[in-house]
Design a protein around this ligand. Structure first.
Ligand code: CU
Length: 500
């Protein structure tokens, strides 16, 4: 409806202008063409000067009016360490282009006024002025040199890569239509390798190289809804794209870099203001003391609802706008707490699947966890007289045989270390089976299995005087033998501390 009214008003204005033109034609025929033409020239020339004055005043007034909403002014000082130098470069450029803007506009409109058609106006004609050419060549050349040199200085200051001895947090950002996959390095602080040959859209869309040990603790937040960063920490963002050009743009941190398929790019910056500190700055400005949502007058105010944003700054498709994400800058303590809650992508969704290059193998971190577990239960059993039996959970045998499975060696190696650290300890290695098969052969099997464990420990340097082995067969099941899980738990080797 509003649109229709507006359309009709514009149509009417056009009709009025055309009719006025006709009236002018008629009057000029009556009064004499020349005089009317001169009057029109004067009027147009004056209007142009008035337009220039109003236009320049409006430019200045609107810039001042919206100052606090523009990056780099009012509360919007840069939230990163390098941002100030980019802002000052911008301001210097604005200063020179501002002068050119004002001077050329004054010249444009003033000339059209001064040289309007008049009676007895004489034309001043000259072919060439060396002086003028010197001026309009030299001044822009000097200004351009100054701007380019200053720009280069800032570029060299902002763009160098981190050196290995510097401390920094590296995160990965991969853009695609229409979201970001954000990768954190996990406790080791190193992002693992990627390789496009390993891309599998179903299980490994980023092409992470799980054979690289550094990848195993990496965390991929796919389609991440936010990025969390610690304040005052150097951040290196490794940027890439899966499909078309995107652009990783953090306006408040003056960070902007293309995400290009097949060409890794990066940006380094140090956030210096937490989200909360930025909100406190906004709080002092009246523009931010209004409800964030006009429909909810009692809801949070604009300063409270503020968040840093990540935006895609490359028009990458129809969902381009939806690549906006929140960036939260927090204290290092809050960051550590948040990062501790992240789960390794490899451990949660790759380990043990067909995509796992280490399927069936024991990995370093798993060995470490098992060693820690065994040490804890061994020490508990050693110190506490009551519970002096521990179950050697990761000792396995070949089916129906007393031969140790290779997977048992790590556990037994840990155990031999623990036993050697207590030279006067005496322990019994007890073999147990489930109730499959007849009692007598189970008893023999359990005796032989316990014997194998003893032999292995002796081969690792544990004194045979510290060890005895005993077979219990199926006589002391730990669980019911009615289920497969129960039977698996009943086939076990136990360590009992006889004396310290
Ligand atoms: Cu995009």
């Amino acid at each position: 409806m509003n649109f229709l009214v507006l359309f009709l008003i514009i149509l009417l204005l056009i009709v009025i202008v055309i009719q006025l033109g006709r009236v002018r034609d008629l009057t000029s025929r009556i009064r004499g063409e020349e005089r009317v033409a001169r009057q029109n020239n004067n009027r147009t020339a004056m209007s142009l000067v008035v337009f220039m004055v109003v236009f320049l005043i409006l430019c200045v007034v609107s810039a001042l009016y919206y100052k606090d909403s523009m990056l780099g002014y009012g509360p919007h000082g840069a939230a990163s360490a390098h941002g100030g130098s980019i802002d000052s470069l911008f301001n210097v450029t604005l200063f020179f282009t501002g002068i050119v803007f004002v001077v050329t506009h004054i010249a444009l409109f003033w000339f059209s006024y001064k040289y309007r058609e008049r009676d007895n106006a004489e034309v001043n004609y000259f072919v060439h002025s060396t002086q003028l050419e010197m001026i309009w060549t030299a001044i822009p050349a000097i200004v351009m040199c100054f701007l380019v040199v200053k720009g280069l200085v800032v570029w060299n200051d902002v763009m160098p890569d981190v050196s290995p001895e510097e401390s920094y947090l590296e995160i990965g950002a991969t853009g695609y239509q229409f979201a970001w996959d954000i990768r954190y390095p996990g406790p080791d602080g190193i992002l693992g390798e990627k390789n496009f040959r390993k891309i599998d859209m179903a299980v490994n869309p980023l092409g992470l190289d799980f054979e690289d040990e550094n990848t195993l603790d990496d965390i991929v937040l796919s389609g991440a809804d936010k990025i969390v960063l610690p304040v005052n920490t150097q951040i290196r963002v490794a940027i890439s794209s899966k499909d078309v050009l995107h652009n990783f743009y953090l306006p408040h941190f003056r960070v902007k870099m293309d995400a290009i398929p097949g060409l890794p790019t990066y940006f380094i910056f140090t956030p210096i203001t937490t989200t909360e500190e930025y909100r406190q700055k906004l709080k002092d400005y009246p523009e931010y003391q209004v409800p964030a949502d006009p429909d909810e007058p009692d809801g949070p105010q604009r300063w409270e609802a503020f968040n840093y944003e990540l935006a895609c700054a490359e028009l990458c498709g129809k969902g381009h706008y939806s690549m906006r994400r929140i960036v939260e800058v927090v204290t290092p303590e809050e960051y550590a707490e948040w990062a501790a809650g992240l789960k390794s992508t490899y451990k949660t969704s790759i380990r043990g699947t067909d995509a796992d290059p280490f399927k069936g193998d024991l990995l370093g971190y798993e060995k470490a966890a098992r060693a820690k577990e065994l040490t804890a239960s061994f020490n508990a059993a050693f110190e506490d007289d009551g519970a002096n039996i521990i179950n050697l959970e990761h000792v396995f045998f070949k089916t129906g045989s007393a031969e140790l499975d290779e997977k048992s060696f790590a556990e037994l190696d840990n155990l031999s270390g623990l036993l050697k650290s207590k030279p006067s300890i005496k322990v019994e290695l007890g073999g147990h089976t489930d109730n499959t098969g007849d009692d007598q052969s189970n008893l023999v099997l359990s005796e032989n299995r316990a014997g194998s464990v003893l032999e292995y420990l002796v081969s690792k340097g544990v004194s045979s005087t510290n060890l005895v082995s005993k077979g219990y067969g199926e006589t002391s099941p730990r669980e019911t033998n009615d289920t497969e899980e129960g039977r698996a738990l009943n086939r076990r080797t136990e360590l009992k501390i006889l004396s310290k």
